[in-house]
Ligand binder design. Structure first.
Ligand code: FPP
Length: 242
């Protein structure tokens, strides 16, 4: 049982897995699965806005994805640039604030420009923050925060480190969803996941529709988040003694 008014997660994070398998099942190139994945991401953003989710963080390209065949890597870069140029106006209308999280090192000038433009153009939007983790790794995020603190001569504490993580403006994810049937975090938001509820779906990302997202949200609503406390200590808990 969740605590009152917590039935919709404020911050959802998603590992969008299963694009390649979705395409292979249809005898299509893997990249067709990634293209379909962009459409699903668009619809997911809309559903999140309708459900009152405030932050959506998605894993679009991990630090480890550079190990994929070069044509898949360059196709993913192209998909990102094309999707941004096609969808930016609509995202602006929907009140979506786009942020890209991850290292910009290794990204081409063209990709970097397109990320910067999308961030600049949507900076004033407040309905939903969409964090796209691109060239991102959880270990990179933690190391980066530690290096920033160390360079500034600041003490490294849980609090100071949290303040320097790439998602510090958005709070930790309440719910992390991974599609595609695998049950691991794969270097996604490692620090931020400390108290996230986890939901693993068998559905491949290109098939992840509104009903699948609602199922994840319903599972979240049924969890009791205790953050180390006992049930009786939670706000709204019935006092058994009285
Ligand atoms: C994992 O599926 C998916 C990715 C590495 C890319 C995710 C990208 C998208 C959903 C498209 C949206 C992208 C941008 C750039 C906004 P996989 O390829 O590992 O699938 P598999 O496990 O079935 O092989």
């Amino acid at each position: 049982m969740s605590t009152a008014s917590d039935s919709v997660p404020r911050h959802i994070a998603i590992v969008m897995d299963g694009n390649g398998r979705w395409a292979s099942k249809r005898f299509m190139p893997r990249i067709a699965g990634h293209r379909q994945g962009v459409d699903v991401l668009k619809r997911t953003v809309r559903t999140c806005v309708l459900r009152g989710v405030r932050v959506l963080t998605v894993f679009a390209f991990s630090s480890e994805n550079w190990k994929r065949p070069p044509d898949e890597v360059s196709a993913l870069m192209d998909i990102l640039v094309v999707a941004l140029s096609r969808e930016l106006n609509q995202l602006k209308k929907e009140g979506v604030h786009l942020r890209f999280i991850g290292s910009r090192k290794g990204l081409s000038e063209r990709v970097q420009q397109s990320l910067l433009e999308a961030e600049r153009e949507t900076a004033e939007n407040i309905t939903l923050t969409l964090n796209v983790c691109f060239n991102y790794g959880g270990r990179w995020d933690i190391a980066n925060a530690a290096q920033t603190l160390s360079a500034a001569g600041e003490a490294i504490t849980e609090e100071s480190l949290s303040r320097h993580l790439s998602t510090c403006a958005d709070g930790d994810p309440d719910l992390i969803v991974r599609t595609g049937g695998e049950m691991r975090l794969s270097n996604f938001l490692l620090w931020q996941a400390a108290y996230s509820e986890l939901f693993f779906s068998e559905v491949l990302w290109p098939d992840f529709d509104e009903a699948a997202l609602d199922k994840a949200i319903a599972a979240y609503a049924s969890r009791e988040r205790r953050f180390g406390m006992t049930s009786a200590q939670l706000p709204g808990a019935r006092n058994i003694a009285s």
